[in-house]
Design a protein around this ligand. Structure first.
Ligand SMILES: [Zn+2]
Length: 308
């Protein structure tokens, strides 16, 4: 059986908007051409805008990015589809879902949560860097602001899943509490294990345990600096993070959140067409095909069926 792929995080929508390149075939890390080896391909595209833009301009750019995608030749020719809920397992085209990365662009306007939901956004990464109207990111020790808590409740009200990638420890604590009050899971779409690579963007043990306990999922990030702190990241580095997550009971929670087109990837995996190298490395190290399939597709798909 050829591999299927469900990737929880790519910044390709912004890269496409910037470069004016199409999704079908391009110079980016993600394209339909590069993903054609996967039997079934579901990609979560993060709507993220550069911090060089102020909050208002960033908000307006979300709509332009979505419009740019809707007009993409691959969508108009039905090679890919934009989905506002979990797509069919058997679809014969690539399926695209939206997340929002960095909710600073709400800029104090709670009603924008509904406008963003109308775009089809199914999950939200509320923080990104520094302190915003929402709260603190990993480079701070600040939790959610009063507005941030209201915004997170609104996101939960409209059925979005909260994502603690890029949240400070206190912000993640607030997000766990608010999501638990709604009996909703918490995910980390593109974060690795702090115990393996101690950088502030990675997950502490209690966060890993809390995600698993909430029935959430964790996407392995392929940014080299989140895989290894002091040496070159290799396929073994990915294996070490996977092993660690599995040792904490993440066999049903582990997925891929590759961070393509948003981060410098490790040399072994320059783009989405090379992800099979992770599968081959896992199999060569004694892991089962079942585990590989769970990591690449099944865990994220099961979660999406329930919550996206
Ligand atoms: Zn990110």
């Amino acid at each position: 059986m050829p591999l299927s792929l469900f990737d929880l995080h790519a910044d390709t929508a912004w890269a496409m908007y910037q470069t004016k390149e199409p999704l079908g075939s391009n110079s980016l890390a993600v394209s339909l051409e590069k993903a054609k080896r996967y039997a079934r391909y579901i990609q979560v595209l993060a709507l993220w805008t550069s911090p060089d833009l102020n909050n208002e301009d960033g908000y307006l750019k979300l709509f332009e990015m979505v419009k740019n995608l809707k007009n993409d030749p691959s969508l108009t020719s039905s090679k890919a589809e934009l989905c506002s809920s979990c797509p069919a397992r058997t679809a014969d085209k690539a399926s695209l879902l939206f997340s929002l990365e960095d909710a600073r662009i709400l800029n104090g306007h709670i009603e924008r949560v509904e406008e963003i939901a109308k775009l089809g956004v199914r999950s939200i990464i509320p923080l990104w860097a520094g302190e915003t109207c929402i709260g603190g990111s990993p480079d701070t020790n600040v939790g959610l602001t009063a507005f941030g808590k209201l915004a997170v409740k609104k996101m939960l009200d409209v059925g979005m899943v909260l994502d603690i990638s890029h949240a400070s420890v206190p912000s993640s604590n607030d997000i766990f509490e608010l999501s638990a009050a709604y009996s909703k899971p918490v995910i980390a779409s593109h974060s690795n294990a702090y115990a393996v690579c101690p950088v502030s963007r990675n997950l502490h043990d209690w966060q890993i345990d809390a995600i698993i306990a909430s029935d959430g999922i964790i996407g392995i990030n392929l940014y080299h600096a989140f895989l290894e702190k002091d040496k070159k990241a290799t396929l073994d580095s990915i294996l070490h993070h996977i092993e660690y997550f599995l040792s904490r009971g993440a066999e049903n929670a582990l997925a891929l959140g590759c961070d393509m087109d948003g981060a410098d990837l490790l040399e072994d995996i320059p783009d989405v067409s090379f992800l099979n190298r992770i599968a081959e490395h896992l199999l060569a190290n004694g892991y089962s095909q079942e585990l590989v399939d769970a990591l690449f597709f099944e865990n994220a798909y099961r979660f999406a069926q329930k919550h996206f």
